[in-house]
Design a protein around this ligand. Structure first.
Ligand SMILES: Cc1cc2nc3c(=O)[nH]c(=O)nc-3n(C[C@H](O)[C@H](O)[C@H](O)COP(=O)(O)OP(=O)(O)OC[C@H]3O[C@@H](n4cnc5c(N)ncnc54)[C@H](O)[C@@H]3O)c2cc1C
Length: 412
């Protein structure tokens, strides 16, 4: 049984991209930090895979780039989509500085790398299979969480608590923050299909008649994301899996030889898409960041990277306060929201427009969707034009920088 009440400086609930990055950035500053992750490992398929230049830049700043480079990954410099039967290059990272690519890296490898890095610091305490059950609130101030683990339930008290528990955040609910929901027209069916040597090399999207699909090249298999109208999953699962396979094959014809996979509906996971945002991301003693503060649509694959930018901004503000006098005022917590709100609003606005104008239209279409307008096709012939979406997706708005030097001398 853990100690009845353990005290730390910063308690982070949730070991996803936001929580793990915040944890290691604070630890390298010398802050005593505890990260709780409810699962026993990071090995889950449905985590997004895209590590964008903005995140690669952060890894470079903390000296992790050489380690990151050794992870299994697939670098992409251009992205495109099959629209109305034609392949169009739309996003081009070439020429962007300092990094001109995005990497598809299994997220479990990425999070394992952060966990390994964190373990170099004696003040970094990662607790797997530890779930934050509820906030400890005293006189209107959050003082930590009640956590459960295989050995029982215990209180973990902290100077500041950061909720990084993702889009189903129980902590934000308990704090009764007001949530604005923006809705999404789709959910995503997530499954694997073997990849053959004859298959395409790229990672790409396909817009077909009434369907939309993204295929991520993971070496010997495709991670397939098949979009369906929101709420249609239950009815679909009543149909034989063979019907679903045939639909998939009609959208991505080169998969035709793979008959038999997915074998059953058990091999297909449904991911609910949500887009929402908290009006307020903080209260005394508590900050909320990442998807817990603003659930992101998969459009653009920016969610992980935005969560990491939040974590960098939070570490820049919280670290010095925790190290100097141990207190983190509500004004400091508010300053993290102030810094991250505008980039979040802008990215979500674009995601919502893409959901309305492209995804809804594609899912409702009876025929093959029309190709891009001629003037756009003309403009997209120029790399400088394709650089514009690449810069927006890859680097985002208001790029964060790790402000504090690391305390690597503390490494063990
Ligand atoms: C279908 C789909 C596909 C996506 N694809 C991509 C993509 O390719 N690229 C991309 O950048 N973004 C993608 N996104 C968005 C992306 O997944 C999120 O924006 C990003 O993961 C947010 O990171 P986070 O750390 O805030 O939250 P999460 O990644 O959700 O991490 C939260 C963590 O907290 C843990 N946790 C939850 N509750 C508790 C608790 N009470 N106690 C302890 N631990 C807890 C969870 O187990 C989890 O590990 C996708 C989203 C969807 C829906």
């Amino acid at each position: 049984m853990p100690d009845a009440a353990i005290t730390t400086d910063c308690l982070i609930a949730g070991g996803g991209p936001a929580g793990m990055m915040l944890g290691v950035l604070l630890a390298r500053q010398g802050v005593k930090v505890t990260v709780l992750e409810k699962h026993k490992d990071f090995l889950r398929d449905f985590r997004g895979d895209t590590v964008h230049p903005s995140t690669i830049e952060i890894l470079d700043q903390i000296g992790l780039l050489p380690t990151f480079e050794k992870l299994p990954q697939y670098k992409v410099r251009q992205l495109g989509a099959h629209i109305g039967g034609n392949f169009r290059k739309i996003v081009d990272f070439r020429g962007l500085k300092p990094f001109d690519y995005l990497s598809f890296v299994p997220q479990w490898d990425f999070l394992d790398m952060l966990a390994d890095y964190g373990s170099r610091f004696e003040n970094f305490d990662l607790r797997m299979r530890h779930k934050a059950e509820e906030l400890i609130i005293e006189n209107g101030e959050v003082k930590g969480v009640r956590a459960s683990c295989p050995d029982g339930v215990y209180d973990l008290r902290a100077r500041v608590t950061v909720a990084c528990d993702g889009r189903y955040s129980a902590l934000r609910e308990q704090a009764a923050f007001k949530v604005t929901e923006f809705g999404a027209p789709m959910d995503v069916l997530w499954f694997r299909v073997p990849r053959q040597a004859s298959h395409p090399n790229e990672t790409f999207g396909i817009l077909g008649a009434g369907h939309m699909m993204v295929l991520l090249n993971r070496g010997d298999y495709w991670q397939a994301a098949f979009l369906v109208p929101k709420g249609s999953d239950e009815a679909l699962r009543k149909e034989p899996i063979g019907d679903f396979r045939r639909t998939v094959e009609s959208v991505a014809e080169f998969l035709e030889d793979e008959t038999g996979i997915p074998e059953s509906w058990d091999d297909v996971k449904t991911l609910e898409v949500r887009v929402d945002r908290l009006d307020k991301w903080h209260m005394p003693g508590l900050l909320v960041i990442g998807d817990a503060a603003h659930a992101m649509s998969p459009v653009g694959g920016v969610g992980i990277n935005l969560a990491i930018q939040d974590a960098v901004a939070a570490a820049n503000k919280l670290g010095p306060a925790l190290l100097e006098d141990g207190e983190v005022s509500d004004a400091i917590l508010a300053s993290v929201q102030q810094r991250r709100l505008l980039p979040t609003k802008i990215v979500q606005w674009f995601q919502i427009q893409a959901q309305k104008r492209v995804i809804s239209a594609a899912l409702a279409a009876r025929d093959e969707p029309p190709d891009l307008p001629a003037f756009l096709r003309f403009l997209l012939r120029f790399r400088i034009v394709r650089n514009i979406p690449a810069r927006f997706i890859g680097y985002g708005i208001r790029r964060e920088r790790v402000e504090q030097a690391g305390a690597e001398k503390r490494s063990v």
